[in-house]
Design a binder for this molecule. Structure first.
Ligand SMILES: Nc1nc2c(ncn2[C@@H]2O[C@H](COP(=O)(O)OP(=O)(O)OP(=O)(O)O)[C@@H](O)[C@H]2O)c(=O)[nH]1
Ligand SMILES: [Mg+2]
Length: 222
């Protein structure tokens, strides 16, 4: 996170991680489509071939809180293909929170697990303790056949500590909920580390409420 006290500007870096083709780029495309252009910059797809991310995607968001705090959010995706490991590690530098986009298809179970372990490894190599990095999990592609059941996901979610979201990113379903959930989790961690409420006069609940309002996500939806 970057803080500029003079301009009351705070920049948060969020990364969408996961196996190849799980829908990371599709999440950013849906966010770009769904939220008010006033709060959303240009979606940059860097070096893409046949729809596969070779470097990364970046979508900047920004809003101002009622207390005059400028919040900038940079959303990144990593390239999921195994060979792009160095790029994934680079994109994780200075990350504040991660959305792990899993592919719900049963055939992708191992790919999900491999990517999750790869994320932990790359976090460690960037000096993080993986368990301390704010994380949410999204099970994407809920519209496809042969997917992990809702019951199984709910069961796993109840046993784990991180929030779990179900999504059909292609149709924008569950995408904003995932983003808000990630931001909420990340903000809580930043608050604990930096005492943002004391410094900027805006607490976690207020900032999430404002973000929901700006992004057009009602309280009940997430
Ligand atoms: N059926 C279905 N297809 C989806 C969904 N989300 C994404 N896809 C498709 O899955 C394919 C891969 O999506 P991407 O967003 O490019 O995947 P990615 O995770 O960015 O892949 P890499 O850049 O290679 O890591 C595309 O053809 C998408 O249209 C979904 O919810 N349902
Ligand atoms: Mg991609």
């Amino acid at each position: 996170m970057q803080i500029d006290y003079k301009t009351r500007e705070l920049t948060v870096k969020l990364v969408y991680y996961g196996p190849a083709l799980s829908g990371k780029t599709t999440n950013l495309e849906a966010i770009h489509r769904l939220i008010d252009p006033q709060f959303c910059g240009r979606l940059m797809n860097l070096e893409t071939r046949d729809d596969r991310t070779l470097f990364f995607d970046l979508l900047p968001l920004a809003f101002e809180s009622a207390s005059g705090l400028h919040v900038r959010i940079k959303l990144f995706t990593v390239p999921g293909q195994v060979m792009h490991d160095a790029t994934r590690r680079l994109v994780l530098q200075g990350v504040d929170g991660v959305a792990f986009i899993a592919d719900s298809q049963l055939s992708e179970t191992h790919a999900n697990l491999d990517a999750f372990r790869n994320m932990q490894k790359n976090l460690r190599e960037n000096g993080f303790v993986p368990e301390e990095v704010p994380l949410v999990i999204q099970f994407n592609k809920r519209d496809l056949p042969n997917i992990r059941s809702d019951e199984e996901i709910d069961y796993q979610a109840a046993r784990g500590t991180e929030p779990v979201f179900k999504a059909i990113a292609l149709r924008g379903v569950g995408v904003l909920e995932t983003l808000i959930g990630l931001f909420e989790r990340t903000w809580a961690s930043l608050e604990a580390k930096h005492g943002l409420e004391e410094k900027f006069g805006v607490g976690p609940e207020a900032i999430i409420g404002e973000m929901r309002a700006r992004l057009g996500v009602p309280m009940e939806a997430a």
